[in-house]
Design a protein around this ligand. Sequence first.
Ligand SMILES: C[S@@+](CC[C@H](N)C(=O)[O-])C[C@H]1O[C@@H](n2cnc3c(N)ncnc32)[C@H](O)[C@@H]1O
Length: 283
Amino acid sequence: MTDILPNSLAQVADLALLISAQNKRFLVRLAPDARLETHRGILYHNDLIGLPWGSRVQSHLGSPFVLLQPSLSDLLLETRRNTQIMYPKDIGFILVTMGIGPGLHVVEAGTGSGAFTGALAYMVGPQGHVTSYEVRPEMQRLAQKNLERIGLSDRVTFKLQDILPGFDERNVDALFLDLPGPEDYIAQARQALKPGGFFGSLLPTANQVSRLLIALKRENFAFIDVCEIMLRYYKPVPERFRPTDRMVAHTGFLIFARAVALEDLELSSPAAEEDAGEENADG
Ligand SMILES: C[S@@+](CC[C@H](N)C(=O)[O-])C[C@H]1O[C@@H](n2cnc3c(N)ncnc32)[C@H](O)[C@@H]1O
C-alpha cells in the first residue's frame, strides 16, 4: 500500500497529478526511469522524483506543468467509468453523515466503477475494511483496476454476488446501497448492520425515494433523513465575482437511516424534527 498522505517531496511510488497550462490532468505513479507522454511533450519521472509538491516542471518540448499531490476528489474524478459514478459533493456528505472513519467495516452494493468504493477505502484507512458487492463481472474488474490504480485495493473485498439473498457479513458499522430498487434489500441490510449501524442510499428520482421510505419504516429503521446536495461554483475573479454559468443541478437524493431497536418508538432525525410543525400544518 502506498502512502497517499501529504509528504513535502514527490517520492518513488507516490501518486502524482500533473496539470498542463491547458488544464489537462495526468495521474501517474512515480517510478524510476518511467515517462509520461502527453500532447505537450514527455515528462521523465526521474526529473519529478525529489521535487517539492507544487513545483513547476516542463516537458521535453518546454511546455509547463504543475506537480501536485492528488486530493481524494482528484482521485475520484480520475475513476474510469462504465456506470454513473457518485460525485464528490455527495460522497463527502455521505462519509461525514454515516460516520465513515478509520478502522470501520463498511459494506456497499453495487460496486459499479468503484468511485465510492475508493472513497470508502480511503476513509477506513489501513485498519478498516470495505466489502463491495457487484453482479456484473466486467464492472467488478473495472472497479478492481480503478482501486489498484489509486493503491487502495488491499482494503477492499470484492464480491461477485447478487445481494438479494442477503449479505455474508454481520455487525457491520455502515452499509450503503447505490443500485436500482434498494427497497428490495432493506431486510438484508438490517441483518448485516450492527445495532445502531448507519444505512445510506442514493436515488435519482423521487418515486424511488418513496418506495425506499416505505421499506425503511417497515424494517423499523429510525432517524430517517432525505436530502439533496446542491453545489454552486463561482468564478474566482475579484472584479467579476459571480456564479459560473453552468451547474450540475441534480445528481440524486440521499437517504440515511439507523438500525436501532424501535419497538413502539418513532424516532426522527434532528432535521426531520425541525420540520415537524410544517408537517402538521400539511395535515
Ligand atoms: C450505479 S452503479 C454503482 C456506482 C458506484 N457507486 C460508483 O460510484 O461507481 C450500480 C451497480 O449495481 C450493480 N447491481 C445492480 N443490482 C445488483 C444486485 N442485486 N447485487 C449486486 N449488485 C447489483 C450494477 O451492476 C451496477 O454496476
